[in-house]
Design a binder for this molecule. Structure first.
Ligand SMILES: Cc1ncc(COP(=O)(O)O)c(C=O)c1O
Length: 363
């Protein structure tokens, strides 16, 4: 059996037909920037996540940068960032002229509870990342941030559809940032992202910033940029949104199969809380000291896996910083993402389970 980590060609025909019809409809309308589909997407996401302002933009990295700029974070400021995340989270801090201060994660890759120790007189904000789709404990994080008067920018790039006590990932902080990169649970057929906020002022500022500082055409109020979403991507996302609940239940069902099938392997640490509502099953990350050996064995047996991520940020050249970061480092050395997506069949999950069992129990 050949099981790719993720192959978007495997999307079902019904979905492909709906996407083709949407493309044909938009081609006939001739509107490729702005327009009804963008407004509809923002409105649908606001309703689904229960947030007043959803601001579509070009990608998740831009969403984070727009948030920092709207909050006027820049030179001389420090921003606390987890040591284990996708590079964008730290990149944007440097792009606005501020300094990322890295802090270790817990064993699941979420900003460690004691992040308050990283606060200095220069700290302006903290960026919790809901890594792999699992939410940081936002009640406790918000409490500490409030006490120290810090802005909170949630990196919800991987956590669309996760909810904590009825509140969606991305709506706790001053700004929540989403990515609709094609591999995400809600992914476009190209690049797209979004900022979420409760603030009238931030909503206005982010909208200005992403459109060259113009509220109306040719009236520029500040220096912005072009980070508008493609209308076509907004249209595709509106199609994907209709199937989102169905795809989420498929992910949960497949994740449960993995949990049941792998529970008794002592050498494996399975993802905690993955069936809870505050985890959207974006990635199924197992941890083992024999990670590289297992990855090789699975490849030999036709199974694609991935590593999120093989290096911690503070040891990368552009971000190089001192510190131990033991949990983040462990994850970079021991974490392995198994294939999990709505286009997988149950037999395929069984096959992956079988091969992992074979590796640990028979070899
Ligand atoms: C945690 C995290 N932050 C930010 C981003 C950036 O999103 P985008 O690729 O849409 O720019 C990603 C995308 O993979 C991500 O996983």
């Amino acid at each position: 059996m050949q099981i790719p980590f993720l192959d978007l060609k495997r999307m079902d025909e019904e979905l492909k037909d709906a996407l083709k019809s949407k493309f044909a409809e938009m081609l006939d309308k001739g509107i490729f920037s702005g327009g009804d589909e963008v407004g509809l997407l923002e409105c649908q996401i606001s309703t689904f996540l229960k947030t007043p302002f959803s601001i579509a933009c070009a990608n998740g990295t831009d969403a984070l940068e727009l948030a920092l700029r709207a909050l006027e974070i820049g030179e001389g400021d420090e921003v606390i960032v987890p040591a284990m995340t996708w590079v964008s989270t730290a990149e944007v801090v440097i792009l606005v002229g501020a300094k990322p201060v890295f802090w270790d994660t817990d064993e699941d890759g979420l900003l460690a509870e004691d992040w308050g120790k990283a606060i200095t007189s220069k700290t302006k904000a903290v960026i919790p990342v809901h890594l792999y789709g699992k939410m940081v404990d936002m009640k406790s994080l918000m409490k500490r941030a409030k006490k120290h008067k810090l802005f909170v920018i949630e990196d919800g790039a991987q956590s669309f559809g996760s909810f904590q006590k009825g509140k969606a990932a991305g709506i706790f902080g001053d700004v929540g940032c989403l990515s609709f990169y094609p591999t995400k649970n809600l992914g476009a057929l190209g690049e797209a992202g979004m900022c979420l906020t409760n603030s009238v002022v931030l909503n206005e500022r982010m909208r200005l910033l992403l459109n060259h500082g113009q509220a109306v055409r040719d009236k520029h109020e500040l220096v912005g940029r072009n980070s508008r979403i493609d209308s076509i991507q907004a249209g595709f996302l509106n199609v994907f949104l209709e199937r989102f609940p169905e795809f989420q239940s498929l992910r949960k069902k497949l994740a449960e199969m993995y949990l049941d099938g792998l529970a008794d392997i002592e050498e494996l640490k399975l993802p905690s809380g993955i069936l809870n509502v505050d985890h959207n099953c974006h990635l199924f990350v197992i941890q083992t000291t024999r990670r590289d050996e297992l990855k090789k064995y699975l490849i030999e047996n036709g199974i694609g896996t991935s590593i999120h991520y093989p290096h911690i940020l503070p040891e990368m050249k552009p971000f190089s910083s001192e510190g131990a970061f033991p949990n983040a480092r462990n994850l970079s050395e021991q974490g392995l993402s198994l294939p999990l997506n709505p286009w997988m069949k149950e037999e395929e999950i069984e096959y992956v389970i079988g091969k992992i069992r074979e590796f640990f129990l028979k070899k």
